[in-house]
Design a protein around this ligand. Structure first.
Ligand code: PMP
Length: 367
């Protein structure tokens, strides 16, 4: 490894990539993997059959490049989102990570900046360095909350070209009020700041938390990013998308690679969307498991945050690394997000959630 590092450093790597680590959530072979916020429910049989059929058809066309504009997929995504959106408002890419990267390629880049409010999704700084965009880690309150006043003041202070608002926030789990989104948008007016609301976990929100989709009308610099990796149980297919004014899609057309969405990806996503009711049926169960985790961890004397997502962020442990290791020894993999005294666990199936809670109970009572 050290030798590799020496060889890496000998390469003419861009300066802003030197010393950086790649994204590296462990992919370990464990019985209960609750560390990357996937939907751990298996793909339902009817969805599997529909995907196989659609991909089988698409396989006959693989000698040709796919539809560069993925027209059918954009129409289906618009139908799923509602809010009066049409296919011209939609854009898709290989996961919402690629969506965010394309937005930074178009609106960030050398001499430009990205403001986010930490702790937040760990890919944001990596996407910034990959696109040579200056990364500004904005602040949150001690309880990781963010008020409209604080967010707007930080936008005015830094004048960023792009803001990423993660709602519900990874890793803390809570959604932002619409007042934060509108305050950031208005404060960004004088800098023409592009405001991206990353709603990867939106489908898991409690009823009272409306999506920023309802704010798009009349806000040409607002973008709402979504993914099929979480609620749709389709992380392996790699399909993320955004909704925004049509000219935002035109902006990313300038940076996307031609035919970036393969025919197989388009066929898979289309089949899944046409069976969205079946896929989304598991969302209610996951929300129940999430609320169960919050209640049970409280009962054990730990400090879980309320969550609008499919995971729970919890504190109240002295040595969280030791707890992470003890859980792993029981075959339960959770996420150490690098915040001392805190861990993050994905809500799994009922059985997986029980395995986590039983292991956690043993660890907590032994302390
Ligand atoms: N945004 C957030 C907040 C996430 O947590 C994730 C996945 N962990 C993503 C975006 C990217 O997901 P994907 O590329 O699978 O759509």
């Amino acid at each position: 490894m050290t030798q590799n590092l020496d060889r890496l450093n000998a390469l003419p790597l861009r300066d802003n990539l030197r010393g950086k680590s790649p994204y590296g959530a462990p992919q370990l072979d464990v019985a209960v993997a609750l560390n990357t916020n996937e939907n751990t429910h298996p793909v339902p049989a009817d969805v599997h059959a529909a995907i196989v059929q659609e991909v089988t058809e698409a396989a006959w066309t693989l000698n040709r490049y796919p539809d560069r504009e993925f027209t059918a997929l954009r129409e289906e995504l618009a139908r799923y989102l509602g809010h009066g959106l049409g296919s011209e408002h939609l854009w898709a890419a290989n996961g919402s990570n690629e969506i965010l990267q394309q937005l930074l390629q178009a609106f960030g880049g050398p001499g430009r900046s990205l403001l986010t409010f930490v702790p937040t999704y760990s890919m944001y700084p990596l996407l910034a360095s990959g696109t040579d965009t200056a990364f500004i880690p904005g602040e949150r309150a001690a309880d990781f909350g963010l008020t409209p006043e604080s967010a707007a003041e930080q936008v005015r202070r830094h004048g960023p070209d792009v803001v990423f608002l993660c709602s519900p926030n990874n890793p803390t789990g809570t959604a932002l009020g619409q007042d934060v989104v509108t305050a950031v948008y208005e404060a960004g007016e004088e800098f023409s700041t592009v405001v991206v609301v990353d709603e990867a976990y939106a489908e898991f929100s409690h009823g009272g938390t409306p999506s920023a989709l309802s704010l798009l009308e009349g806000r040409p610099r607002l973008v709402v990013s979504r993914t099929m990796s979480k609620a749709f149980a389709l992380a392996g297919a790699r399909l993320g998308y955004f909704a925004a004014a049509p000219e935002v899609a035109d902006a990313v057309r300038l940076v996307r690679l031609p035919y970036h969405l393969s025919a197989v990806t388009q066929a898979t996503a289309l089949a899944a969307l046409r069976h969205s009711a079946s896929l989304l049926a598991n969302v209610e169960d996951i929300k129940m498991q999430r609320d169960r985790i919050v209640d049970e961890l409280k009962r054990m004397g730990l400090e879980p945050s309320e969550s609008d997502s499919n995971f729970v962020f919890f504190g109240g442990m002295g040595d969280s690394r030791a707890v992470w290791e003890a859980l792993l020894a029981d075959g339960v993999l959770v996420r150490d997000v690098g915040i001392p005294g805190h861990l993050r666990v994905t809500a799994g199936t009922e059985e997986e959630t029980s395995a986590f809670l039983e292991s956690m109970e043993r660890i907590a009572s032994a302390r």
